[in-house]
Design a protein around this ligand. Structure first.
Ligand code: ZN
Length: 396
């Protein structure tokens, strides 16, 4: 049979202001809404295997919260828990959720976190009910919104606070997959790009950051479709908005958010328009788990790396903020994939070994804000690369 796919979206915008926001060291409280945040689901099946990918406009979700969501969605939908993937877009203007902790110890509002379970089930059931035979194809463009944020000084150490490193590694690819009905009308567009959604800076207004603009542009171009954004390799990459000294500019400017989204969105739309789609018969899946420890040896749980493939669409789901070089290493081993980082848990920044010697926020400080006793161990990148190889080979 032909592979079937369905898409849906459910709002997760809080009903009132006053919620703690995630993503910055100091606590911010929401004062309103700039744009809706939501939870979007893709359901895809070949008649034998069924996969659901749920993407939240949130900073990220802990493994424990992901397990709760998988359990609830499985109960509501009948889909096996290991075929339910839970990703985040990493917007820094959404309510605070575990594992993230701010300087005052806040881990978020439990009542809001509970609502996410119902939203995930509603989105998954909606996507499953919308499944139809699809033709799909993939495309790619290039965008320079992102810039490496680790600038080494004369001593070889990375500057703090972060400065733009225009010569540093960055993945400029905008990867796109388009799903059409058999009569050629687009039902879903999946886009992956690697740049921190931090363009709203110090805003206290809820929103999906540039990601929302990207999705809106795609849905305007393809009426009746649902656009899903997945985060690429951007542990060391943020948007290129800098002051004259090369420091990043954190001030909130809604026009900047809009401009950033248009930059990525226009590339995504162009790539999506150029795609030719075809039917495919088989869904390929693979999964591999690897233990991850902190630098001090504490057990941080397991990283689950999953692969989902349909024809030319090869999706790789990983639970960390991967540096762009780690992404390159993975694709050097397994070939071109569409990355979905911050999926199925949160394990902090996974960096190449040399980054530990250079220091900087990601490998020295960030762990404080997600409750680890120290950064992830320097061998973690190797383990994730190996897990990606195993998952792409269809191991389970
Ligand atoms: Zn991040």
């Amino acid at each position: 049979m032909t592979v079937t796919a369905g898409f849906s979206r459910v709002s997760i915008t809080p009903s009132a202001p006053g919620l703690p926001l995630g993503g910055w060291p100091t606590q911010r409280i929401s004062t309103g809404v700039e744009a809706d945040i939501d939870c979007r689901a893709i359901a895809i099946s070949d008649g034998t295997d069924q996969v659901v990918v749920i993407v939240f406009d949130l900073l990220g979700l802990s493994s424990a919260t992901v397990s709760r969501i998988q359990g609830g969605v499985s109960e509501a939908s009948g889909v096996a828990t290991n075929r339910i993937h839970v990703a985040s877009t990493h917007t820094h203007t959404a309510p605070q959720v575990p594992p993230f902790i701010t300087a005052d110890g806040s881990t978020g509002e439990p009542a809001y976190i509970d609502t996410l379970l119902a939203s995930a089930s509603e989105a998954a059931v909606g996507a499953l009910a919308a499944q139809l035979p699809v033709h799909l194809g993939v495309g790619e463009g290039s965008c320079d919104l992102g810039v490496n944020r680790r600038l080494p000084g004369p001593d070889g150490l990375v500057a703090k606070p972060p400065h733009a490193n225009f010569d540093g590694p960055v993945d400029r690819r905008v990867k796109v997959a388009r799903f059409d009905t058999e009569d050629g009308s687009p039902r879903g567009v999946v886009v992956s790009y690697g740049c921190h959604p931090t363009t709203a800076g110090e805003s206290t207004l809820i929103g999906p950051d540039y990601v929302g603009v990207v999705r809106d542009l795609i849905e305007e171009e393809f009426p009746g479709s649902v656009a899903v954004f997945l985060l690429g390799y951007c542990g060391d990459v943020r948007s290129c908005h800098v002051t004259e000294s090369g420091r990043f500019d954190w001030t909130f400017d809604p026009d900047r958010v809009r401009g950033a989204g248009e930059k990525v969105g226009r590339v995504a739309v162009r790539a999506a328009l150029e795609i030719s789609t075809a039917p495919h018969a088989r869904l390929a899946t693979g999964q591999s788990v690897t233990p991850i420890e902190s630098t001090s040896g504490a057990d941080l749980g397991v990283a689950r790396v999953s692969f989902v493939g349909v024809g030319p669409w090869r999706l790789l789901l990983t639970p960390a903020e991967l540096f762009s070089e780690v992404g390159q290493r993975i694709e050097g081993e397994i070939g071109d994939v569409m990355p979905a980082t911050l999926t199925d848990g949160y394990l902090g920044y996974v960096a190449p070994e040399h980054a530990y010697d250079e220091g900087g926020y990601e490998v020295e400080e960030s762990h404080i804000y997600f409750g680890f006793d120290s950064p992830v161990h320097r061998g973690s990148a190797d383990r994730l690369v190996q897990a990606a190889v195993a998952a792409s080979r269809g191991e389970t």
